[in-house]
Design a protein. Sequence first.
Length: 343
Amino acid sequence: MELTNVGIIGCGNIAKIHAKALQAIDGVSIAAFVDIDLVKARSLAVTYGNGKSKLYASFDEMIKWEKRLDALHICTPHYLHVPMTIDALNHGINVFMEKPPAIKRREFEELLTRAAGCDRRVAVCFQNRYNGSFIKAQEILRSGRLGRPIGAKGIVTWNRGREYYDAAAWKGTLSEEGGGVLINQSIHTLDLMVLMIGEPVQVEATFSNHRLKGRIEVEDTLEAFIRFAHADALFYASNAYADDSPILLEVVCEKGKLRIEGNTLTVWNEAGSRAKYEFQTAALNRKAYWGDSHPACIADFYNGLRENRSTLVELASVKDTFSLVMDIYESAKENRVVNRKEK
Ligand SMILES: NC(=O)c1ccc[n+]([C@@H]2O[C@H](COP(=O)([O-])OP(=O)(O)OC[C@H]3O[C@@H](n4cnc5c(N)ncnc54)[C@H](O)[C@@H]3O)[C@@H](O)[C@H]2O)c1
């Protein structure tokens, strides 16, 4: 098998999870570690490098020397995702980017157009699409045995205190993070809801910053009422809780309902009987509550590249979720109902 040469740009928290997942894939080698802070790049390379891996302080420096990179993992702050992905595509490099795909509608559209016009792949790390609980839930919904979804709720209550924001200057800023608990933490749960229910048509939302006033510019708490074609959904997310609770996602159908709570799926059928499914976690680290399917998601990306097929997290597949995030922010900021048709 020909070696797949990979680079990682942004060697902070999440890059470790990417590097570990890459190390476990046969035929993949991390050739370049890139970070404006070379100490971080070096520290990742020591554990996950191939012995000859190179360190770079910028994308431009990397591209000057790395003549045959097959893929780049973008693990940088949010505002850099689009420019770095476009730079990589312009150099013929496939991209596996962290969420969110963008922080503004215009730049997401620009990215979609650029990706559609080239033969390289762009995937977005919505790793929870690979969670056993979600895959089983989708299988049940698609079988039709519970009937059509008529309602849903999503709840994410985590703890992102002062120390979280103090550890990275970009976090908590509108220009670099682009938002708070919605676009950063709970976007995964919103994404699963959209995949289960379908295209959203209308939203009304409010948001606030309760806990870290004056310290962060972004929302720590958000609620939204989302109308889908045949279902209404409630969504609540907050970073101002004292704990990192397992996420809760419930779908009420015509003939029963299902609930994902952490790694457990519970299904109630029409007669009221209940089935419970527990899924193993990969136990990547103690933060597995935010979703530990990075290895499955990343392995699928490389299998997809080798087999020339798309995967569950192709850029185009995240459009509904990203547009909903933008609609929710628009509704909360302008204090009005936002219709998808207006877009
Ligand atoms: N999928 C998930 O569940 C998940 C979980 C955590 C974080 N993330 C995402 O991962 C990304 C990074 O988050 P993090 O928590 O690791 O942040 P972080 O601040 O720990 O890491 C970001 C790194 O990027 C580096 N950097 C900044 N500007 C750079 C530049 N111009 N060139 C090269 N490197 C640069 C920083 O020095 C830092 O090391 C974000 O998009 C975040 O939303 C995803």
